[in-house]
Design a binder for this molecule. Sequence first.
Ligand SMILES: [Fe+2]
Ligand SMILES: [Fe+2]
Length: 183
Amino acid sequence: MLHAHTSNQTAPQQHPRDWAKATDKELIAHVLERYHVRHREQLPELIRLAEKVERVHAEHPDVPTGLAAHLVNMLQELESHMQKEEHILFPMILRGQKTMAVGPISVMESEHVQHMEALQKMLMLAHQLQMPEAACNSWRALYAGAHELRDDLMEHIRLENKFLFQQSASSAEHGCCGGCGGR
Ligand SMILES: [Fe+2]
Ligand SMILES: [Fe+2]
């Protein structure tokens, strides 16, 4: 009985939203709120933790040397990327100009590839997030947060590439530059 009672305490499973059926406006609101805002909170905190772990455990054989500097670089790259989306690309999409945004979209897609490479480097510097025995709380928080950043950034990129940056079926029919008269 106790077991059944305990399992009833768990939060109800939420079905993940089918973003293929969402409008661009809904997708953009979700991306901004769930990922852009979150990355701007996550990375400064991870930088703070990495600087602390690298300083306090400088002599430890598993210390993630260079991680803080790499995270600073990731924050700068992501900030620049997100600002381009927020100020240029997303407003174009919201104005219904996605077919004219082929250039900005391909720039964003290639920056996504660079973000994935930056995540790989983060994991390499952090020894694949393998926690050393008797790691302190800061080290645990650093690796747990890096894990969360990896999952969040991968999902952020997946939603943009797979749903937001794709031309809709109706616009794809007229997805040329217009020079052929839409034939
Ligand atoms: Fe984004
Ligand atoms: Fe993006």
